[in-house]
Design a protein around this ligand. Structure first.
Ligand SMILES: NC(=O)c1ccc[n+]([C@@H]2O[C@H](COP(=O)([O-])OP(=O)(O)OC[C@H]3O[C@@H](n4cnc5c(N)ncnc54)[C@H](OP(=O)(O)O)[C@@H]3O)[C@@H](O)[C@H]2O)c1
Length: 338
């Protein structure tokens, strides 16, 4: 499957007013794509469109709540009306609820699933007719929590696991039908975005992603790569790969590690009352940044993610590591010839 170069693409980004989506929109526009940016917060979208246009790029904003299918469809309709087609749909919209399962109300659980899981399905549903007609890329931002849940994230992790299941079935169906659509799941580790300052927290403090934390540019690079190369999935952040590899080898070992550190590594010392404004139901005004509050500790690059964007180097490194390991083991087992 051949995907177009970025400068020839029309790209839709759902969840673009801040964080990963905003960073990706700026990079797509800088490379010449026409971008349609969407979120609930009009202010954040307008400042993004202005920033893109002042840099010579082309952008249009659509206010939409991804939990409402008709609003998501309106994003696709606007993209086609304005620019004639959709080449890439990036679905980044998401919210975080930081609370123990027993403290989570049914309404809160439902809202997280509506936004994080149903929103992603609505995005795919709205985008697919267009992507199938001209060929293109469907890119879903989930999380490493699509494969390994953390404590105090039962609703969030359930929504992300749901995305993983939904995408696997969809990808097969599209392949079966010979549809010219690349479906990519991007699974970031902890990323320094406003997600944590906007989250609803019920544990008395502001949350943080489990360190190490990466800058949103690392995810944006993966998104731009997937828009041009049909790739099944990408993990962003070597730490994420480490967690998923451990989970694959021994879920019990991962349980033991999280039982030891899973609570405190996700908490800051900043106190938060349960009434602190959050973006679960409505957008928060004035938090339309790409980066969050943890830039001091955040890595700008991930070697592991860089290797995924350079598959030949990755393959060579893997083969080299396998050969070296096999040689070392053979050496250890070789009988003493003397
Ligand atoms: N930061 C991390 O550590 C991390 C790690 C793994 C995965 N992720 C995932 O990455 C994605 C982007 O998050 P981020 O870290 O960039 O956080 P963010 O800065 O809070 O961005 C979330 C975006 O989603 C939009 N959004 C939220 N609810 C929405 C709704 N109901 N309808 C439409 N748009 C909505 C927000 O805009 P409005 O509020 O204006 O609507 C914002 O543009 C999320 O899916 C998140 O789960 C993040």
């Amino acid at each position: 499957m051949q995907l177009k170069p970025i400068e020839e693409q029309v790209v839709v980004i759902a969840g673009a007013s801040s964080g990963i989506g905003r960073e990706a929109a700026l990079r797509f526009a800088r490379q010449g794509a026409k971008v349609v940016v969407s979120a609930r917060g009009d202010e954040g979208l307008q400042s993004l469109v202005e920033e893109i246009r002042s840099g010579g790029g082309q952008a249009t904003a659509v206010v939409a709540d991804v939990a409402r299918y008709e609003q998501v469809k309106a994003i696709a309709d606007k993209a086609v009306a304005e620019y004639g087609r959709i080449d890439t749909w990036v679905h980044a919209a998401g919210v975080l609820l930081f609370a123990g399962f027993e403290d989570t109300t049914p309404e809160e659980f439902e809202r997280v699933i509506q936004v994080n899981l149903l929103g992603q399905m609505y995005g795919a549903k709205a985008a697919l007719p267009h992507l199938k007609s001209t060929g293109g890329a469907l890119i879903h931002i989930s999380s490493i929590e699509a494969r390994r849940s953390f404590p105090l994230h039962s609703a969030y992790a359930a929504s992300k696991h749901g995305i993983d299941g939904f995408i696997e079935a969809l990808r097969l169906e599209l392949r079966h039908d010979g549809a010219p659509v690349s479906v990519t799941q991007i699974m970031p580790a902890a990323i320094n975005t406003p997600l944590f300052s906007k989250a609803r927290t019920k544990v008395g403090v502001k949350p943080v992603g489990a360190l190490p934390i990466y800058q949103p540019g690392t995810v944006a690079q993966a998104i731009l790569y997937a828009a041009q190369h049909p790739v099944r999935e990408m993990i962003v952040g070597g730490a994420g790969k480490g967690i998923l590899a451990t989970q694959w080898m021994s879920p019990r070992m991962m349980d033991a590690a999280l039982l030891r550190v899973g609570w405190w590594i996700q908490k800051t010392r900043e106190r938060r009352s349960p009434d602190h404004p959050d973006n679960l139901q409505e957008p928060i005004r004035g938090d339309d940044r790409t980066t969050g509050d943890f830039s001091r500790w955040a890595f700008r690059h991930s070697l592991y993610t860089w290797m995924q964007r350079h598959p030949v180097i990755k393959r060579t490194t893997l083969i080299g590591t396998a050969v070296t390991t096999a040689a070392m083991l053979a050496g250890r087992n070789e009988p003493n010839k003397r």
